[in-house]
Design a protein around this ligand. Structure first.
Ligand SMILES: [Fe+2]
Ligand SMILES: [Fe+2]
Length: 279
């Protein structure tokens, strides 16, 4: 069995210190096999925020896989946004723009979906390039059977319930079909600050082979109205996959909602009654 702690949207610059301290304690107590952080380490991509984030990450029980978010690209000075958008992220956090982790039964690939600009007004939205899709295909195409293939992005490819007002990464339906062809089983993302997991097939029946899990902001005070700080705890013992949201309850992190999935003939299916089940 493999365990993954999925953190997101730490947002140094808007940190809630007691929550961050409790998260570190949780990680050291539970000792996941892998730790993943899906972007937005900072609030304004300031050097001080990157330094604080690096110091925090260095206190994890193991080095995480990290991808940048839209907040990790500086808004100003403009020359830096356009000419060196990820310079500070790569200097302080992760120099590899396409990090990969692999163990016997899990392979995790990270890509950057944040862009400094685009032909649209909302520059916080994400994209996936053709070369990134080729990279994902190359990484997962040679997998041994029985390996869970996990893609980590900052921008999600599905909306959580009641939040269908923001942009997704790329043209989501086409991109999801391509990611399925690349062999992706599970996509881990953040950005919306809402913990949620489901089958892609609930929205796109033609993509039955992918599960998505999105994490809330794990440590910042940029919480949504009713969404507490949280991180995802994922256990995988193929063909079984279990995804729990571990939520901050004012004094400690507590498992609050979870979903189970099972894979059969390259199709993922829900196990249970179709609703979040309290622990
Ligand atoms: Fe964020
Ligand atoms: Fe974001």
């Amino acid at each position: 069995m493999t365990t993954i702690a999925h953190l997101s949207d730490l947002h140094f610059g808007r940190l809630d210190p007691p929550v961050a301290s409790a998260l570190l304690d949780d990680l050291h107590r539970k000792k996941p096999d892998w730790i993943v952080v899906s972007g937005d380490f900072t609030q304004r991509a300031k050097i001080r925020e990157f330094r604080d984030a690096r110091e925090f990450v260095a206190r994890f029980p193991s080095r995480p896989l990290m991808v940048p978010g839209n907040h990790d690209i500086p808004a100003y000075p403009l020359w830096k946004r356009f000419l060196r958008p990820l310079h500070d992220f790569s200097r302080y956090l992760e120099p590899d723009s396409r990090p990969v982790l692999e163990s016997g039964d899990v392979k995790i690939v990270g890509i950057n979906t944040a862009r400094p600009a685009g032909w649209y007004l909302d520059w916080s939205r994400g994209r996936v390039s053709a070369s990134q899709l080729r990279f994902i295909f190359d990484e997962f195409g040679e997998r041994s059977s029985g390996q869970l293939r996990v893609l980590v992005t900052h921008h999600p490819f599905l909306f959580p319930p009641l939040q269908e007002t923001r942009h997704l990464a790329g043209g989501p339906k086409d991109t999801l079909e391509t990611l399925a062809a690349c062999g992706v089983d599970l996509i881990l993302a953040g950005h919306f600050h809402r913990a949620w997991s489901d089958l892609v097939a609930t929205r796109h029946p033609e993509v039955p082979s992918i599960v998505v899990a999105q994490a809330s902001t794990s440590t910042s005070n940029r919480r949504k109205e009713s969404d507490p700080n949280a991180y995802n705890w994922i256990t995988c013992d193929l063909p079984h996959l279990h995804i729990s949201s571990i939520e901050w309850r004012g004094e400690k992190f507590v498992e609050s909602q979870s979903k189970s999935y099972c894979e059969s003939s390259d199709h993922w299916n829900r196990v249970g009654d179709g609703r979040f089940t309290p622990s």
